[in-house]
Design a binder for this molecule. Structure first.
Ligand code: SF4
Length: 437
């Protein structure tokens, strides 16, 4: 979502006459889009202080804005480092806000030149009221990030998102479909539908399954992916739409967060491990029924937190057990860190860092085994690979199952953004190797 925000910010500033600068010191304005989901990400922003000071020594007129997912209680501290801490939801008003607040100088002149030099406030109002209505400047030619909603109503006990992003706010279906059509017309081959709770989409009678089916009906040769769904919001219609709509890739990130029912309850995740497993089975069965060849097997990844307050060794073992039975293709494992204002922040973070690391390593080892077993099924198969980068005679990309594929190439044989037909010759835990055919 932060990358998507950055694309809308880039589009807005381009419309105001700005161009991308090579580095912070040579910029009029630098914008930092932050994430507060983990303490580590917040620490990284504080870690920028030295870099910012150095840039200011070279360019005293530099203005730096912080936006994105910013926890309220961090704002005062950040105000000492950044010139402005602005809410991303007010993006359409930024030209007016900045024109008012910036002292007259190079930056100010640039803003005014790009908007309406006679009346920047008027231009700010004339700009678009809704931040979603600002057309994004997609950073990748191949992949387009399309938010379908923002915010979240769930208040999982460890998560800051409902506090930083606000309640769930879905976009009108027409706007979503128009943005997809534009992206496809501009050459996008992969559409990512985004939302903090993406499958809780509901707007004027349309649900998430409708978004999937209507996106799938848009003419063109492109792939559809989405993130991040909540297990509680996966209804049967969405499962069926996912399996039946052939543009939807056979890959799903389905956060489990814990494999223990007591911890799930403490996390305020309203499902049990048994319900989660039933959902996984339902999804796998639907793909077996509605897809052909290797696409009968859907790749499933998950998000999980280790060392949630009071998580005992036995409760962690339940998570390890769930990992062994579900057999994930990939897992994004986080060591619990206390986030301000959340319900879990009031609990005693009793699991020592060393133990959290140990639990992370155990899950990582399980996933390495299960992922390798899944990946071996690709050997000898011919798959489409969306090329993302080229380096030292190799191309790297993702197949429809979201597996990273590496292939040796001849000079100028292929470029980033192409879809290559590749025969898979080798499987590793977290990647595949192939040859172009
Ligand atoms: S559903 Fe996701 S975004 Fe919403 S509160 Fe829970 S973890 Fe955070």
């Amino acid at each position: 979502m932060n990358r998507s925000d950055a694309e809308r910010i880039a589009s807005l500033f381009e419309s105001l006459g700005f161009a991308a600068a090579a580095d912070m010191a040579s910029s009029d304005i630098a914008i930092v889009v932050m994430c507060s989901v983990r303490q580590m990400a917040t620490d990284r922003i504080f870690g920028l202080e030295q870099k910012i000071e150095q840039a200011r020594k070279i360019n005293s007129k530099l203005k730096i804005i912080l936006t994105g997912c910013v926890v309220e209680s961090d704002k005062n501290n950040f105000a000492e480092i950044f010139d402005h801490v602005l809410d991303i939801k007010t993006l359409s008003q930024w030209p007016a806000i900045l024109a008012i607040k910036f002292s007259v100088g190079r930056t100010h002149a640039n803003i005014m030149r790009g908007s309406d030099p006679r009346n920047p406030r008027k231009q700010g109002k004339k700009l678009i009221k809704d931040y979603f209505a600002i057309p994004p400047k997609h950073s990748s030619k191949f992949s387009a990030l399309i938010p379908i909603s923002k915010g979240c109503d769930n208040f999982c006990s460890y998560c800051v998102v409902p506090y930083t992003r606000g309640p769930l706010a879905p976009r009108p279906i027409k706007d979503i479909l128009n943005e997809i059509k534009n992206a496809v017309a501009n050459g996008a081959k992969e559409i990512w539908l985004l939302g903090q709770n993406v499958n809780n989409y509901h707007h004027k009678g349309y649900g998430f399954a409708d978004v999937l089916r209507l996106a799938n009906d848009i003419p063109g040769d492109f792939w559809i992916r989405f993130t991040s769904p909540h297990p509680k919001d996966f209804n049967n219609e969405a499962v069926l739409a996912m399996a039946q709509c052939q543009k939807i890739t056979p890959y799903l990130n389905l956060p489990i967060q814990s494999g223990d029912d007591v911890i799930l309850k403490a996390m305020k995740r309203p499902y049990t491990v048994a319900q989660y497993k039933t959902l996984v089975k339902k999804i796998r069965t639907a793909f077996k029924k509605h897809r052909k060849g290797i696409e009968k097997e859907i790749a499933i990844s998950t998000d999980v937190i280790v060392g949630f307050p009071s998580e005992t060794k036995a409760q962690f073992q339940n998570t390890a057990k769930a990992f062994r039975t579900i057999k994930y293709d990939m897992a994004y494992i986080s060591r619990y860190s206390k986030r301000p204002n959340t319900a879990a922040a009031l609990l005693d973070d009793g699991v020592p860092p060393k133990e959290k690391k140990r639990r992370e390593e155990i899950l990582n080892d399980i996933v390495k085994t299960t992922a390798l077993n899944h990946n071996k099924k690709f050997i000898g198969k011919i798959v489409d690979v969306a090329i993302e980068s080229i380096k030292n005679g190799f191309a790297f990309g993702k197949n429809r199952h979201y597996k990273t594929v590496k292939l040796a190439i001849k000079e100028r044989q292929i470029k980033a953004g192409d879809i290559a037909k590749v025969k898979i010759v080798k499987a590793m835990p977290f990647g595949l190797e192939g040859q172009m055919i």
